[in-house]
Design a binder for this molecule. Structure first.
Ligand SMILES: [Zn+2]
Length: 311
């Protein structure tokens, strides 16, 4: 039972006496929150970091840490530098992964989180400029994404050296809800392929929203696992994405507001539709009650025999 994207909730942080800001900025607090998602909620994986702005910050974007997750406050005018390992919070994240490995030993898989090339471009230049450039001059965006993919791969491999067992690539900005699938094919598939072929452990790709129109491209990216949102038609997803394991599938809105029966039904439905790693489909909403997530975990565990080994 994996937490592939962020497992943080307000309730979890309150129970651990942590703040949103400190779990992103403090090595000790990030470790404590990652372990609490395992010990208190019951996830069997641990992951770090929790936000998607570590790389952008390391490349010079100024962040605002006021809300639940950091977000850009001042973007870059232009991208002049692509290599970011060793800057910003990257070294802290690597220390966190080392600490997690020491603490959990071989008992739990550790997932290192990185931001996908195209999504990173959105954080560097802003969504409006990135989408406009993708339409007007896709070769420029593709060139940027290629260069960033090399740096992201270096960073991911540092995570592997620190103890990560798999790398989660978060690619929110490639969702067909916001990016035309034909542009995704041009600017992001190859950079993702370059990234996954350089990283020495399995990669898990997360894309939000209805991903039906890009599912056929996913095997080409080289990822071993695709973390899917239930806005996608799950009953046909498995056939379109042959050779790639499906993960996720349980709506985070259902986990936020749903009752026990509906959460159990949705979890079991994911299992029967061939999702081998049933999990929240995206980062948990901060107000999600822990009990609802536990309901999902129990439903899956009680039926784990149906699906064999998962994370
Ligand atoms: Zn998402």
């Amino acid at each position: 039972m994996a937490a592939i994207t962020s497992p943080l909730t307000e309730e979890l942080l309150n129970l651990c006496d942590l703040t949103w800001s400190s779990v992103h900025k403090s090595r000790g607090h990030m470790v404590k929150a990652a372990l609490a998602a395992k010990s208190i909620i019951g996830f069997e994986t641990v992951r770090a970091p929790f936000d998607q702005c570590v790389e952008a910050e390391a490349l010079g974007v100024e962040l605002d840490f006021e809300g639940n997750y950091p977000k850009p406050r001042r973007l870059l005018e232009r991208i002049e530098e692509f290599n970011f390992t060793g800057r910003g919070r990257t070294m802290m994240v690597l220390d966190v992964i080392r600490d997690l490995r020491k603490t959990v030993g071989p008992s739990a898989p550790i997932l290192g989180g990185v931001t996908a090339p195209f999504t990173l471009l959105n954080y560097l230049l802003g969504p409006a400029k990135t989408i406009l450039l993708s339409r007007m001059n896709p070769s420029v965006i593709k060139d940027y994404a290629d260069k960033l993919s090399a740096s992201i791969a270096d960073y991911a491999n540092e995570m592997v050296s620190a103890g990560a067992d798999a790398i989660v690539i978060e690619d929110m900005a490639s969702s067909p809800d916001v990016l035309n699938p034909s542009i995704f094919r041009i600017v992001e598939v190859e950079p993702l392929k370059r990234l996954t072929s350089t990283v020495t452990v399995p990669c898990i790709l997360h894309v939000c929203g209805d991903t039906l129109r890009i599912l056929r491209e996913i095997p080409e990216t080289g990822v071993k696992v695709f973390h899917i949102d239930p806005k996608t038609n799950l009953s046909i997803a498995k056939d379109l994405i042959r050779g790639v394991t499906l993960a996720g599938g349980v709506s985070t809105f259902l986990l936020l507001e749903g009752d026990e029966t509906k959460i159990i039904e949705a979890s079991l439905s994911c299992l029967s539709l061939g999702i081998r790693i049933v999990a929240p489909a995206c980062a948990l909403h901060p107000k999600t009650p822990i009990e609802n997530v536990k309901t999902m975990i129990r439903a899956v565990k009680n039926n784990a025999r149906m699906i064999g080994n998962t994370f």
